[in-house]
Design a protein around this ligand. Structure first.
Ligand SMILES: O=C(CO)[C@H](O)[C@H](O)COP(=O)(O)O
Length: 199
């Protein structure tokens, strides 16, 4: 079985259970990471590490989320790994999102107040931020690092804009398309979960 491994703190618990299952059932599992953190998690747990070059089709991807709305739209990227998470999820036949009640909302933005993370090529962060503000409203703030001077740099060498969107935004499919069409955008916004398991 080929499995995508998400990023964040929740996925750590899922990996603990996966390790038990591998031992109990002698599973042959190849794990494809969604980030540097996920890669370390796979290696630290002695699971078999794969990549999308050798495993472009995955049976399943498991990940966390920052928020899940009542239509199963997700905010992801609180940890800044959403571009790779989205690529891995798109290669998987099934996407399983693990999220607890703190992330369960009717509308996006109800529980997660840090804005929608948008990964952007560094040279384009100002024009993309301004265009988002002009066409969709709200404010897009460059995410700054905590223990380094300057911005957060993703595993892909990009910046992150956290978009504080206006309450009027409801059509996430359209918003996603509009943002993806902006030059300089890495395709990364919220995405639609095929299944979200809320616990
Ligand atoms: O999208 C993500 C990282 O880019 C994470 O899945 C999301 O931030 C949830 O993280 P946590 O499980 O720590 O709450």
């Amino acid at each position: 079985m080929k499995l995508g491994i998400g990023s964040g703190s929740t996925i750590v618990y899922a990996v603990e259970r996966i390790v038990e299952k591998v031992k109990e059932e002698n599973l042959k599992l190849i794990c494809v990471p969604t980030s540097f953190q996920a890669e370390q998690l796979i290696l630290d747990n002695n699971l078999t590490l794969g990549n999308l070059t050798t495993c472009p089709q995955l049976d399943c991807a498991i990940d966390g989320a920052d928020e899940v709305d009542s239509n199963l739209n997700l905010i992801k990227g609180g940890g800044g790994c959403h571009t790779q998470e989205k690529i891995v999820a798109s290669c998987a036949s099934k996407l399983v999102i693990i999220a607890d009640y703190k992330k369960d909302s009717i509308r996006l933005g109800e529980k997660y107040k840090k804005g929608i993370p948008i990964e952007v090529v560094p040279s384009a962060y100002t024009p993309v931020g301004e265009r988002i503000k002009r066409t969709l409203g709200g404010e897009a703030h460059l995410r700054m690092a905590k223990q380094k001077a300057g911005p957060v740099v993703t595993d892909n060498g990009n910046f992150i804009l956290d978009w504080h969107f206006p309450d009027t935004v409801t059509d996430w499919k359209q918003v996603n398309t509009e943002i993806k069409m902006m030059p300089g955008m890495k395709f990364a916004l919220s995405f639609k979960s095929k299944e979200a398991f809320l616990k």
